[in-house]
Design a protein around this ligand. Structure first.
Ligand code: NAD
Length: 491
């Protein structure tokens, strides 16, 4: 575990010498003191990123950058088990899920290595212009210095989603991980150093949102802001970026619906609904936290969900067989418990769970929780809980299902399940969300666009869309005619 910040290719003590306690959420013990960066460290990091960009990284070819990206992918893969264990200690998630994240993070760097190479082939594409005296070509050039701010729910994977496309594009960056989960981002920096990524290309400044995130968002030396986190913080980042007209992309929260028609296979519905809300303890931006079930299936589906939810093995993420670990922090536990308490006080029907498991006195554990007949105007139906809490209600027909599903300020993800594929596809096309799953929930591929409509964000990450986040489009128009232009200087 690292004690220093990674700035300009070196391990640096934070300017003010502060530290952040890092808790193991399964035991509540402090396992480390991470460096607490502040504005002065952000300044140094941005200056290093600017030097690296101007000093050559911005002018490297995609093929050159692909070599670094592949080496980082290999570096992550080589330390797979160690990184996964760190992620569990830091975030609490079950080890098999952490291993998944590490594999996905390595895969993300490999994918962007390919894309960096492709970028070279796409440079200089011609644009047809209606005047034969000119040729017009398009280049894609790196955006400059990126400030990247990420949350705690997938610490290394969220870093990969931002760092890999930025490197592929030729941008340089300052990454600010969540103060709750700073460990693996610092290890990513260590891997970058080991593989010889030039100093200043990737800088990692750990610290709190107000002390390190806000100065990064407001820094005049940053051209691009890429943020993942909550809506209020996203709005603050956007405001900070507005001052200097920064290019801002936002991946924010959600309250995603899962529409299940009565003809669905019951086992499949149980499996995907549970995965959609209970994996990663429900701390998933795209969690399908609102279940809309067609009335004739509601009784049977709910009964099975309750029965299966009670069987979920809750425990330390490192213990064999754990399916649900602790929430990330005491504050998150209190936040989720607050939602549940207010829903109960409002008389909403709790059908299972609702609090700390009886056999877990320590650790930020919370039972898989299900509420039924949740009113459309209830806080529980409208706001993101970010915990293992499912809100259920029934619908009578397709039109009502679509209307209920879309009645939200969010638009990150949505899912629909039906044995009638034509109907499922029809409904999918009407759902106002950036990601729509048919007959499943949550599968995520680095090749496909990720991001939300409405208040769930601006822009898309992953795939070619993620690369575009870090590229500027430049037209180069050339006068190629031997004849003089002859506007002022007529012959
Ligand atoms: P958060 O908004 O509290 O914090 C996110 C990051 O912003 C952290 O690094 C934090 O330190 C930093 N930050 C806080 N205040 C800041 C400020 N004033 N200026 C700049 N940075 C600041 O979110 P969180 O609790 O870490 O994460 C949970 C949220 O993230 C949920 O809403 C979830 O839906 C969302 N999320 C979205 C996606 C997506 O892809 N759309 C993915 C993961 C998480």
């Amino acid at each position: 575990m690292r004690e220093r910040l990674f700035i300009d290719g070196r391990w640096e003590w934070p300017a003010l010498g502060g530290t952040l306690p890092v808790f193991n959420p399964a035991t509540e013990e402090v396992i480390h003191h991470a460096p607490a960066g502040t504005a002065a460290d952000v300044d140094r990091a941005v200056a290093a990123a600017r030097r690296a960009f101007a000093g050559g990284f911005g002018a490297t070819t995609g093929a050159e950058r692909a070599v670094w990206l592949e080496a980082i992918a290999e570096g992550i893969a080589a330390r797979r088990d160690e990184l996964a264990r760190l992620e569990v200690l830091d975030n609490g998630k079950p080890l098999p899920e952490a291993l998944w994240d590490i594999d996905d993070a390595a895969g993300c760097f490999s994918l962007y290595a390919e894309m960096a190479r492709d970028l070279d082939h796409r440079q200089g594409e011609a644009v047809a212009v209606p005047d034969a005296r000119f040729t017009c070509r398009v280049r894609r050039v790196p955006v400059g210095v990126a400030g990247q701010i990420i949350p705690w729910n997938y610490p290394l994977l969220m870093a990969a989603w931002k760092v890999a496309p930025a490197l592929a594009a030729g941008a340089t960056m300052v990454l600010k991980p969540s103060e709750l989960t700073p460990l693996t981002a610092l290890e990513l920096a260590a891997i970058a150093a080991e593989i010889g990524l030039p100093p200043g290309v990737l800088n990692v400044v750990t610290g709190t949102g107000p002390e390190a995130g806000a100065p990064l968002a407001a820094h005049p030396g940053v051209e691009k802001l890429a943020f993942t986190g909550s809506v209020p913080t996203g709005a603050a980042v956007m405001r900070a970026g507005a001052q200097a007209i920064k290019n801002v992309s936002l991946e924010l929260g959600g309250k995603s619906p899962f529409v299940v028609f009565a003809d669905s296979d019951l086992d499949a519905a149980v499996e995907w609904v549970m995965f959609g809300i209970f994996w990663n303890q429900g701390q998933v931006c795209s969690a399908t936290s609102r279940l809309l079930v067609e009335a004739p299936l509601a009784g049977r589906l709910l009964e099975r969900l309750v029965c299966e939810a009670r069987k979920i093995r809750i425990g330390d993420g490192l213990a064999q067989g754990t399916l649900l670990g602790p929430l990330v922090s005491r504050a998150q536990h209190e936040k989720v418990a607050g939602f549940v308490a207010r829903a109960r006080a409002a008389g909403i029907r709790l059908v299972t769970g609702g609090g700390r498991p009886r056999d877990r006195e320590r650790g930020f554990f919370f039972e898989p929780t299900i509420f039924h007949d949740v009113p459309q105007d209830a806080e529980l139906w409208r706001e993101e809980v970010f915990g293992p809490v499912l809100a259920v209600r029934t619908f009578r027909d397709e039109a009502e299902a679509v209307a209920l599903a879309n009645d939200t300020r969010f638009g990150l993800a949505a899912a629909v399940m039906s044995a009638d594929v034509a109907r499922a596809r029809r409904v999918a096309a009407r759902l106002r969300a950036g990601i729509v799953w048919i007959n499943c929930s949550q599968p995520t591929f680095s090749e496909a666009p990720w991001g939300g409509m409405k208040q769930s964000g601006i822009g898309r990450e992953l795939g070619e869309w993620g690369l575009e986040n870090y590229l500027e489009v430049q037209q180069i128009t050339e006068y190629t005619s031997p004849a003089p232009w002859g506007w002022y200087l007529r012959k």
